[in-house]
Ligand binder design. Structure first.
Ligand code: 4NP
Length: 154
């Protein structure tokens, strides 16, 4: 089983959106037995919470399931448990580096999947309110990531 962990700050806006979007693409491509997805936050404020209303609305609009998803905090074990760790912005990468075991981990910056975009970080919609922009980036980036996983591991 190949595993992917998306990481953001609160694990209620960006990383759960990416988890749900990538999982739906995995299902569409018949790869559910081969690739699993999870998400976590570097912060602990929202542990146990369902995704933010803005993320839920977007996913509802696109008929993408987020059933059973609740926020959790990143853990040292994640560095050995996951094949791909994908962080939404630079501060997420910095925070991951401070978690024991994270100093030398291979961390993908989400926007490095989309080199033609001007934005180099996924903007935090908790502060911008712009969940549509985040969905557009996440949908495109997850296509690129899935192609990359299939190429590298399957
Ligand atoms: P996320 O957004 O990292 O995309 O889940 C945030 C959610 C909550 C907070 C910050 C960002 N917060 O400060 O509580």
């Amino acid at each position: 089983m190949i595993s992917v962990l998306f990481v953001c700050l609160g694990n209620i806006c960006r990383s759960p959106m990416a988890e749900a979007v990538l999982r739906s693409k995995i299902v569409q491509r018949g790869l559910s037995e081969k690739i699993k997805v999870d998400s976590a936050g570097t912060g602990d404020w929202h542990v146990g919470s369902v995704p933010h209303e803005g993320t839920r609305k977007l996913l509802d609009n696109w008929r993408i399931s987020y059933e059973g998803m609740t926020a959790r905090q990143v853990d040292s074990r994640d560095f050995s448990d996951f094949d791909y760790m994908v962080a939404m912005d630079d501060s997420n990468v910095d925070n991951l580096r401070k978690v024991p075991g994270g100093e030398e981990a291979t961390i993908i910056k989400f926007m490095d999947l989309l080199p033609d975009e001007q934005l180099r970080e996924v903007p935090d919609p908790y502060f911008t309110g712009n969940f549509e922009e985040v969905y557009r980036l996440i949908d495109s980036g997850c296509d690129v990531l899935l192609d990359r996983i299939v190429r590298e591991k399957l």
